[in-house]
Structure formats: structure tokens, C-alpha cells
Design a protein around this ligand. Structure first.
Ligand code: NAD
Length: 301
């Protein structure tokens, strides 16, 4: 039976790891926050007191961490700590599902390859609901052979397992997607509020726009206006979901990527500025659909 080490059990990692346990795999978990392991050990996962302890002896290592610095230090180690690539067994497949900069993913892939290990960058789309339902989209970068090995494991957690290209390509595709998502969320929010300001019912307006040319994922799955849709963060005071701070991180990554390629991304730059402002007003740990409130509080003239 395949044994998996799963490291990083936050909003996304915990439900993803739960799906691996439920699929009957042997899963050993680790998170810096010990309480984060409890829901997994209750399900039957084994816990470990360190990331290296979880990874040693595993067939597959999966990480779901906040940012590039966490991924680099965990895989590559530093002056005081060994990295995962120093302790895993020969032939271990390494899969990082965090959203990070492409350069960090390429650096880890190169160091892993020097030790004869395969590394796949596999950031995800689909949010916490997709993580819980096992319907995530995995956007992968890496060698063909490594991608083929990763596919059946990722299939326990997702519905779409896509190969974007070589190492780092998964991260590039992911930040293109999140830049677009942020723009859609802001534009949907301002459109809904303008309708409300003119006396429209946001539920009715949402149904109209869903089947019209403005239809988009935020209207279908993640309406930012409270009480239009059940079971989304906007109907739960914007708790859970995808934090504003993480969207700010992703929009920083997309602007850095635009600089590298000299691409013109005016909408992404504006969305980053709006989200930074929203975070600075104390909304960093709320769901990213709370950007809606930037429009609801505007003064009538
Ligand atoms: P989170 O902050 O809820 O979880 C991160 C977890 O990693 C925390 O539990 C933290 O304790 C743990 N961690 C950090 N450093 C560690 C280390 N060295 N060893 C072990 N554990 C460590 O974040 P999240 O919402 O789960 O997001 C994780 C990644 O997925 C991010 O890169 C994010 O951009 C991306 N993402 C999130 C969503 C979403 O809807 N939340 C959707 C798609 C992608």
C-alpha cells in the first residue's frame, strides 16, 4: 500500500489529507501547529513530531504550505536543519501543492533532481470546498514521468489533474488563474453593489448575470454578497475559505512574474492594490470575497 507523508494541515491541507486517509492510503502527517494534526489522527492518520520524521520512508511526500520561503526551507534545509530531500528514501516522489513563485519551485526541482528524486509543483484551484469534496483542480509542472506517477495520488483529492509543462509551469499557470479570479471577484462585487444601490435584489441580479455575458465562477460558486448563496464565506461573515493575505501574496507573485516577462497586467496591478488596501484595513485573515465590503460602505452622493 502506498504510504504518504502530508505536511501542512491548514485550511486546504487538512481536508486534502483526509481524502487520502479515506481512500485507504497510509498517511503520516505533520504540522508546526500540533492541534492541526488532531482531526487527521482521529480519522486514522499517523502523526509525526517532525516533517523529516514523517517523510523518511514514505513513498510520496506532499506539502501544502503558505509561501515559497516555507517550501524552500522545508525541502532544502538550512545551516541548522536537514531538508526533506536529504532524508527521504531513493525513489520517493515529492509533490508540493502550495502556491509559490515559479523560481522557488524550479530551485527545489533542480536540487531534488541532483539527488535523483522527482519533484512536481502541483498548486490547486477549487478552494476549501473543493478540497473537502475531493474535486480540486491540480495544475502541475515537472517531467512527464513524474507527472504520470503523481496523477493517481492526486486523483484521490481532485477531479482535474492537468500538466502545464516543465518544473515551475504549474505555478505560472496557477498565478495567471488567481490574477484573473481576483479581477473577477472585484468586478462582480462592484457590479452587484451598483445593482443594489439601484434597488435590485442581489439574488435576482446574480441569477440574471449568471446566464448572461457577465457570468463567471464567482457568481456560480462563490457569490461575494452575503446571503445570496448558502455555504459560502460571504454568508458566514467571510470566515474560512481563502484568506485576503494569501490573495495578496498571489497577486504579488503575478506582478513579479509580469516584471520578469515584461507583460502588461494593468487589471492584476489594480486588483493587487485594492486587496493590499483591504488587508491594511484589518481584513487579512478574512475570506477574499470580503472585498465586496469595499463597495458596500461607499457614501451616497
Ligand atoms: P493555511 O495558512 O491555512 O495552512 C498552512 C499550514 O502550513 C498551517 O497549518 C501551518 O501551520 C503549516 N506550516 C507552515 N510551515 C510549516 C512547516 N515548516 N512545517 C509544517 N507545517 C507548516 O493555508 P491554506 O489556506 O491551507 O493554503 C495553503 C496553500 O494553498 C497556500 O500557498 C495558498 O495560497 C494555497 N491555496 C489556498 C486556497 C484556499 O482556498 N485556502 C486555495 C488554493 C490554494
Amino acid at each position: 500500500m502506498t504510504s504518504v507523508a502530508f505536511i501542512g494541515l491548514g485550511h486546504m491541507g487538512a481536508p486534502m489529507a483526509a481524502n487520502l486517509v479515506n481512500a485507504g492510503l497510509t498517511v503520516r502527517v505533520f504540522d508546526l501547529v500540533p492541534q492541526a494534526m488532531k482531526s487527521l489522527t482521529d480519522l486514522g492518520a499517523l502523526s509525526s513530531s517532525s516533517a523529516c520524521g514523517a517523510a523518511a520512508g514514505a513513498d510520496v511526500v506532499i506539502t501544502m504550505l503558505p509561501a515559497g520561503k516555507h517550501v524552500r526551507s522545508l525541502y532544502l534545509g538550512d545551516d541548522n536543519n536537514k531538508g526533506l530531500i536529504d532524508v527521504v528514501a531513493d525513489g520517493t516522489l515529492l509533490i508540493d501543492c502550495s502556491t509559490i513563485d515559479a523560481q522557488s519551485a524550479q530551485q527545489v526541482a533542480k536540487s531534488a533532481a541532483e539527488k535523483g528524486l522527482s519533484f512536481v509543483d502541483a498548486p490547486v484551484s477549487g478552494g476549501t470546498a473543493g478540497a473537502a469534496a475531493g474535486t480540486l483542480t491540480f495544475i502541475c509542472g515537472g517531467e512527464n514521468g513524474a507527472f504520470e506517477l503523481a496523477k493517481p495520488i492526486l486523483g484521490h483529492m481532485g477531479a482535474n489533474i492537468l500538466h502545464a509543462g516543465a518544473a515551475g509551469a504549474g505555478q505560472v499557470a496557477k498565478i495567471c488563474n488567481n490574477m484573473l479570479l481576483s479581477v473577477l471577484m472585484v468586478a462582480t462585487s462592484e457590479s452587484l453593489q451598483m445593482g443594489i444601490d439601484h434597488g435590485l435584489d442581489p439574488k435576482v441580479l446574480s441569477e440574471i448575470m449568471k446566464v448572461s455575458s457577465g457570468g463567471n465562477w464567482t457568481l456560480d460558486k462563490y457569490n461575494p454578497c452575503p446571503d445570496v448563496m448558502p455555504n459560502v464565506p460571504s454568508s458566514n461573515d467571510y470566515q474560512g475559505g481563502f484568506m485576503v493575505d494569501l490573495m495578496v501574496k498571489d497577486l504579488g507573485l503575478s506582478q513579479e512574474a509580469a516584471l520578469v516577462s515584461n507583460s502588461s497586467t494593468p487589471m492584476g496591478a489594480l486588483a493587487r492594490s485594492l486587496y493590499v488596501n483591504h488587508a491594511r484595513q484589518g481584513n487579512g485573515t478574512r475570506d477574499f470575497s470580503s472585498i465586496f465590503e469595499q463597495f458596500t460602505n461607499s457614501q451616497q452622493i
